[in-house]
Design a protein around this ligand. Structure first.
Ligand code: ZN
Length: 215
C-alpha cells in the first residue's frame, strides 16, 4: 500500500501542476463521449489502452464486464448506465472483455465457485454466453479451450442486455448511441472488435476502417 500512498503525493507534486488547467476545467462538470464498461481486473487500464485522460471515459467496472438485463430492481450498473446515457448523454457505449478473465473461467466452470456464492450468482448473467458456446460446439461441458469464445460471446450477450435498458434502447432507436463490443488482449495489447454484420471479432483497424469512432 505504501507505493499507492506515495503515488498520491507524487501525483500532487509532479503531475498535477502540469495539468492544472485541465483539472480546473473539469472541476465543475464532465462531458464524456463514451461509457466504457469493462472488467474489474487489475491488468486493464481503460485510459492507458485508449490513450484518454480524465473526463473522457465514464467507466463502469465489475467482475466479468457484466450488464444485468433490465429489471425493476435497481442495481449499481443499471443506475450508472441510466445516468451516463440519459443525464450525461454519452454517444458511444463500449463493452470491453479481456483475455485470461477470471470471471469467464468461473462461467466455464460454475461448480468451482461454491465458496463464492455472490460471484456465482453474478455470473448467472454470463450463463447465456456459455450456453450459446455449448450449443455451437456441441459439447455439454466447456473447458479452458473455450475460454476465448466464451469471453467474446459474453461481450456480445452483454451488448444484448444493454439493449433491454429503456434509456439505452431509446437512444439506440433514435441513432444517438452506438454500441461497441471489444476484447482486450493483456499480453499483446491487441483489441478485437465485434462486427455486427459478420457476427465475428476482428482487428480494430479492420473494424473501424470505414467509420470514424467519433461522429
Ligand atoms: Zn475479467
Amino acid at each position: 500500500m505504501d507505493h499507492v500512498i506515495s503515488g498520491v503525493a507524487k501525483f500532487q507534486k509532479e503531475v498535477y501542476p502540469g495539468k492544472k488547467a485541465t483539472f480546473q476545467k473539469l472541476a465543475n462538470g464532465q462531458n464524456p463521449e463514451v461509457l466504457f464498461i469493462t472488467c474489474s481486473d487489475s491488468r486493464i487500464d481503460p485510459n492507458l489502452v485508449t490513450q484518454t485522460g480524465p473526463g473522457e471515459l465514464f467507466i463502469c467496472r465489475n467482475a466479468g464486464n457484466v450488464v444485468p438485463p433490465h429489471s425493476n430492481q435497481t442495481g449499481g450498473m443499471t443506475a450508472s448506465i441510466e445516468f451516463a446515457v440519459a443525464a450525461l448523454g454519452v454517444s458511444h457505449i463500449v463493452i470491453c472483455g479481456h483475455t485470461d478473465c477470471g470471471a469467464m473461467k468461473g462461467a466455464l466452470n460454475p461448480e468451482a465457485l461454491s465458496g463464492l456464492p455472490h460471484v456465482k450468482e453474478w455470473l448467472g448473467h454470463c450463463r447465456v454466453a456459455s450456453e450459446v458456446v455449448k450449443e455451437r460446439c456441441g459439447h455439454d461441458e466447456l473447458s479452458h479451450e473455450h475460454l476465448e469464445e466464451v469471453t467474446q460471446e459474453n461481450v456480445v450477450q452483454q451488448m444484448q442486455h444493454l439493449r433491454t435498458h429503456p434509456s439505452v434502447a431509446a437512444k439506440i432507436a433514435t441513432g444517438q448511441v452506438k454500441l461497441h463490443g471489444w476484447v482486450y488482449n493483456i499480453e499483446s495489447g491487441d483489441v478485437l472488435c465485434y462486427d455486427e454484420k459478420t457476427g465475428k471479432f476482428e482487428a480494430m483497424d479492420e473494424a473501424y476502417a470505414e467509420e470514424q469512432l467519433s461522429r
